[in-house]
Design a protein around this ligand. Structure first.
Ligand SMILES: NC(=O)c1ccc[n+]([C@@H]2O[C@H](COP(=O)([O-])OP(=O)(O)OC[C@H]3O[C@@H](n4cnc5c(N)ncnc54)[C@H](O)[C@@H]3O)[C@@H](O)[C@H]2O)c1
Ligand SMILES: [Zn+2]
Length: 357
């Protein structure tokens, strides 16, 4: 049994398949979207050890000629240098138009393999097989690909949509609880920005979901649907798509001032969402109940809601580096209610008085 969500972008449309055991369908799914021949499977040693052999076997059975490109595990390897080492392997194996790339791993693998696919020969078809909850509900859908620059995250990248996304929920059993919770942060985000009913559902089911029981399949599907809807309305983030950044301007700043060591991305986003909720309430944009509900669910899901103690100026500088600056005022996604957000510009002064009183 599987669920399917479609991302409707004209000739760049693609399906997302979600279900238990989906990795065993990968070859057929790839055939069905018209792929054949060589496949470069980009992954890391850990993910390869867990699922690599099974995927390779499945691809071979479906008539593909797969080979593996392993890159080291970790955000610090999402760089142009490592992308360049992927190009070397693609050249070595003579990948040509018609061949494809399969990203097998978490968000780091998805972003860098997608970037390599977008740029090698001006674009090779690629497939996302995300193996972390965060990658399943967020990074594998929507076509943002990137590598980091020493001065900032995701500064070099391209919008480039995959040909399909294949989500196997069984792989989540191998993840740490901490990573499940980090993925939950993004799931909660979808409820807050777009769907009050989904938020209520999460309020009921969060505990079972952390145990990967009932509800996880629906939560992943609903998250993908919401992301797809937003991406279809605004593929290149000229407007609506920025609502997906709810909690992220603060979240990215928190990740940056703590040097990407203390928090998982989802944890920093959880704090960022709690902060954005509090600011929304203080500005009178949402009522106290809405803000408190958001904060309570984040905290019940085992995620942090309090910012680390960091001088305001340091946080502000980190926010300025995050690329959402427009004429020195920063744009923030704030809450109007559960399920509704609004974008507001705030200056440094506004912000300082809001977060430090
Ligand atoms: N492109 C986008 O739209 C988008 C959106 C959100 C985040 N991102 C990017 O995603 C990245 C974060 O992704 P992430 O949280 O998946 O981190 P990650 O890719 O580093 O994965 C976290 C850890 O889990 C391991 N892992 C992967 N699958 C596993 C499994 N099934 N069982 C056990 N361990 C497993 C990985 O090897 C890694 O050590 C960041 O680089 C971020 O910028 C991109
Ligand atoms: Zn995120």
């Amino acid at each position: 049994m599987y669920e399917q969500v479609n991302v409707n972008l004209g000739e760049r449309s693609y399906p997302i398949f979600i279900g238990a055991g989906e990795l065993n369908t990968i070859g057929d799914r790839m055939n069905n979207v018209g792929l054949t021949g060589k496949v470069a499977v980009v992954t890391n040693p850990l993910v390869y050890r867990l699922f690599g052999r099974e995927v390779i076997k499945n691809l071979e059975m479906a008539g593909f000629r797969p080979f593996v490109i392993k890159i080291p595990d970790g955000e610090e390897y999402k760089t142009l240098n490592v992308a360049s080492s992927i190009y070397d392997k693609l050249v070595e194996h003579r990948l040509e138009r018609g061949s494809s790339i399969l990203a097998l791993g978490g968000g780091v693998i998805g972003d860098i393999a997608g970037f390599a696919a977008a740029t090698y020969l001006r674009g090779l078809p690629y497939i996302q097989a995300p193996t972390t909850l965060l990658a399943q509900v967020d990074s594998s859908v929507g076509g943002k690909t990137a590598v980091n620059h020493p001065k900032g995250k995701n500064l070099i990248g391209a919008f480039y949509q995959p040909k399909a996304v294949i989500i196997d929920i069984d792989v989540l059993k191998k993840l740490d609880l901490r990573d499940i919770k980090a993925g939950m942060a993004e799931i909660i985000k979808y409820g807050i920005i777009r769907d009050a009913d989904f938020f209520s559902y999460l309020e009921d089911k969060w505990e079972e979901m952390l145990r990967l029981g009932d509800g996880i399949l629906y939560a992943i599907k609903r998250s993908c649907e919401i992301k797809a809807e937003v991406v279809v309305a605004d593929e290149r983030e000229e407007g609506l798509r920025s609502i997906l950044n709810f909690g992220h301007t603060f979240g990215h700043a928190i990740e940056s001032v703590t040097e990407y060591k203390r928090y998982r991305h989802g944890e920093a986003v959880a704090i960022g969402m709690a902060l954005a909720g509090e600011i929304s309430y203080r500005l009178g944009l949402c009522n106290e109940t809405a803000y408190k509900r958001a904060k309570r669910l984040i905290s019940k899901a085992g995620l942090p809601t309090e910012a680390p103690t960091v001088p305001f100026d340091k946080m502000f500088m980190a926010m300025e580096l995050d690329k959402k600056i427009l004429d020195r005022k920063m744009r923030f996604v704030l809450m109007k209610d559960i399920g509704k957000v609004v974008i507001k510009e705030l200056g440094k002064g506004d912000l300082q008085s809001l977060v430090s009183t």
